[in-house]
Design a protein around this ligand. Sequence first.
Ligand SMILES: Nc1ncnc2c1ncn2[C@@H]1O[C@H](COP(=O)(O)OP(=O)(O)OP(=O)(O)O)[C@@H](O)[C@H]1O
Length: 764
Amino acid sequence: MPVSTRSQFIYSSNRQPNSNPNQNQKINPRIDEKDEQCRNPHYGLKEKMKALTFLYEQQKQQAKEPRFSTHPSVDLLSSGRKVENGGKKVKELSEFGNVMKENAVPSSNMTKTCALGENVVEDVKENENVALRRCASERVVGVSGVRKPNGVSSVARKLSMGVQALPVSEFRGGIKDNVEELGGVLGGRGGEGSRILVFVRLRPMGKKEKDSGARCCVRIVNKRDVYLTELGNENDYLRLKRIRGRHFTFDASFPESTTQLEVYSTTTAELVEAVLQGRNGSVFCYGATGAGKTHTMLGSVESPGVMVLAIKDLFNKIRQRSFDGNHVVHLSYLEVYNESVRDLLSPGRPLVLREDKQGIVASGLTQYRAYSTDEVMSLLQQGNRNRTTEPTRANETSSRSHAILQVVVEYHVKDASDNIVNRIGKLSLIDLAGSERALATDQRTLRSLEGANINKSLLALSSCINALVEGKKHIPYRNSKLTQLLKDSLGGACNTVMIANVSPSNLSFGETQNTLHWADRAKEIRTKVCEKNEEILPLPESETDQAKLLLELQKENRELRMQFARQQQKLLAVQAQALAANSSPAPSKVVSHLSPAPSSAQANEKRRTRSSLLSRNCFTPESKRKEADDSVRELRRTMKVLEAEIERMKKNHALQIKLKDDFIRKLSQQLEKRGDKGEETTQVLTRANLRPKEPSHEGELRSPSHRFQSPAPTAKKRSFWDITTANSPSLATLNGRKTRSHVASETTVAPSMLLQPGFARQKQ
Ligand SMILES: Nc1ncnc2c1ncn2[C@@H]1O[C@H](COP(=O)(O)OP(=O)(O)OP(=O)(O)O)[C@@H](O)[C@H]1O
């Protein structure tokens, strides 16, 4: 018989409410649950607790996750296996985990990272440094200490060798953040001296290393922290658990996947910009042989390195700015091989280093003027062909010399106020040879000699770094050619960047530790204030322009003087005419004075002629006197006008000469100033400079001619009249007589007026 469910429920509820709860649940669980809720106040608490715990776990996981899951070093060092954990993807440090597993360290997602910390804590325990231990344990649990912002003290430095905690924000930072930060540091450079920026680049494991069973002992975290682990021997059971770890922090650290462009833009791009602003910059790669220095600096055709990218960037930037000035790029490329300096662009005899105002220079080094990137690339290739590289056991293309590429950028521009702005910036890109153990390379004589010299120069470099860090007065730059050449970069006014290259292989642990130690030390070096090498010259003219200007002024001055002299002559002539008219002597008398007494017949004849003339002209003594008076008056009037004209011209002339005097004085002062600065003076002004300085007469208007005076002291001083007549072609005679000076001028050829001895302008 079919039985309805409802009837069943009614039945069961009425008859046996709690006799079989399972059965009831099966019948109607919702109603049963409701019933249970009503009767049991703790119902569902367990579930609620479960949900809350899950939520809490989830949040905890979220808080921890960014520290590791987003970190690229994890990608690099791990095989990239992703595990789903509570809905979140967590990357596993499998490769590094394997390494740790090999060393019997518990391997879990989080503890792998902490494992090093734990081991560091062990080290700390050994040193009985409680404070350090607390700091380390804080790091292990993710509570970081505060890192010194700038100029880490020696205590902090010691800590950095062991554990140095970073703020959480820094853990989350990527290279981009670091670059922004570095931009600030570089931008701030040039203020009160700056420290050397130090970067570390980890290269990928080589095929040879993999084949020989090498394991990774370097791990980069947060694009900044470098963890170096000394991996114990698998058979060394005593040391199996005692893995020593060291932690270093740098301005940025590049994991093995970092591209050449990333390395360039983080380390060098800012320096290229600074060089265009007239500052000096240096980038050098440091590390053991085969660590990847040449790869970083030079690279290959497929992935060009810092040198090539810097040159390309430089020319791009110059092209963008070509509208606002004139850039000149010079290039030189040298190597230091076995303690001798060689020109890589035109090989020949070793070059001698000498120190001058600009610092240490290799005398005779070829400076190529480069116009384009392609040209620089071919020069670079040419230089590299000449560079000494040899295959060694450690590296098939081992550089056996230190190479320095120097790019000098000169910039000239006229600013708004017609001043000339000259700027010079220098960029040095240095690929050092690698430090090496004799056994690591070769024991053949030449290779070991090279190695010894490389090591010697690198030892000298480390001595200089030590002395600079300790603030010693004497820095032993002279101990090697390399340190002499790096003097500017390490202790001069220069923005310097060091890229320390390391190998990941545990077989190179010693070299890597050494490299990281010196890189860490170099962080403390502070270079001098890097100011702009810029000068602003107020005079736009070149020396030849100035000489031309002076000659023009001389010419104009001479013309003015001649004009003035002509006017004076005119005046004199008018005055003479006036005098002659005033005296009005009888023409007969004059005739009688000039000729012998005529005979009576001649006299009669003359009288007749004269009377006929007089009759013809109606010229009577009365009218003659009137006419003479009129002409005298007329002449006087003309004289007055002429005198006024002459006065006006005199004034004009004086004014013009004063202006020119001032201008010439300014010019000569500027040239003298330049002469003081060690520059050559122009030929024209050298004459003035040769003359002994005369006491200045204040307020007295001086002729510019004194600057061009001949040094002959015995020359006779000429009068104004001498000059005027000598230079006046129009008035050679006065009333038919030649003046003394005119006669004199005929016999001697006068030099240029402004160059004549003792010439002095008539005082006003
Ligand atoms: N970041 C990298 N990526 C890929 N390969 C690299 C990297 N760094 C180095 N290598 C490779 O490692 C090898 C050694 O590198 P490199 O010649 O640059 O070393 P080095 O430090 O200049 O050595 P040495 O001091 O002996 O000249 C080269 O074959 C190079 O191609």
